[in-house]
Design a protein around this ligand. Structure first.
Ligand SMILES: [Zn+2]
Length: 188
């Protein structure tokens, strides 16, 4: 299988989009995937009116890694000139946000990571800046995401003996109203 066909399948691209080239930058630990579009008419993103390409603009998006390599989608994106809405970049199906730098799948993965750890830890794992990680979080919050509270406001600790002899267990329990969860620490 050619690498362009492989990335076509991995990205799930549909007409008129296709992968035209794949470049491996070993020193930068990056894979650059060049996506192009076949000749067609395009919709103005505001009014959906069909029109021809006016010009192109190069855009780059961070996508999910290919093994340990950062994967970047690069595309000369068509721009149309609508008589009502001016020059507009057409919608690309993989972009999370109109002016964003991440693909939908990358942002979804980043949100899953940021739900489990701090912004600093998440940005390190995702190899993005703190500001970029915070931007992803803020956009997710606008869409209705709330980070689950992980800290127990009240805990209870107790010791109990069991069996014969001096055997004890320590019981640590969340005593938050409406919930009960306990962790038992065994002592020899
Ligand atoms: Zn328009």
């Amino acid at each position: 299988m050619k690498d362009t066909t492989l990335y076509d399948e991995l990205l799930g691209l549909k007409q008129p989009w296709y992968v035209a080239g794949v470049r491996l930058e070993v020193v930068k630990q990056e894979v650059e995937v060049e996506v192009r579009s076949k000749d067609t008419t395009w919709a103005c993103p505001e009014c959906q009116g069909r029109m021809h390409i006016h010009e192109y603009t190069e855009r780059r998006w961070r996508h999910l890694d290919s093994c340990q390599f950062k994967t970047i989608i690069v595309c000369q994106v068509p721009r149309v000139q609508c008589s009502e809405h001016g020059t507009q970049m057409v919608q690309v199906p993989w972009a999370a946000e109109k002016q964003g730098r991440f693909t939908k799948l990358f942002e979804r993965f980043a949100i899953a990571v940021l739900q489990e750890c701090s912004t600093s830890a998440g940005s390190g794992l995702l190899k993005i800046s703190w500001d970029e990680a915070d931007g992803i979080k803020q956009r997710a919050v606008k869409r209705g995401w709330r980070k689950e509270e992980k800290v127990c406001p009240r805990i209870g600790i107790d010791e109990k003996s069991y069996g014969k002899g001096n055997k004890f267990v320590t019981i640590v329990a969340s005593i938050q109203e409406g919930s009960y969860d306990s962790r038992t620490c065994w002592r020899r």
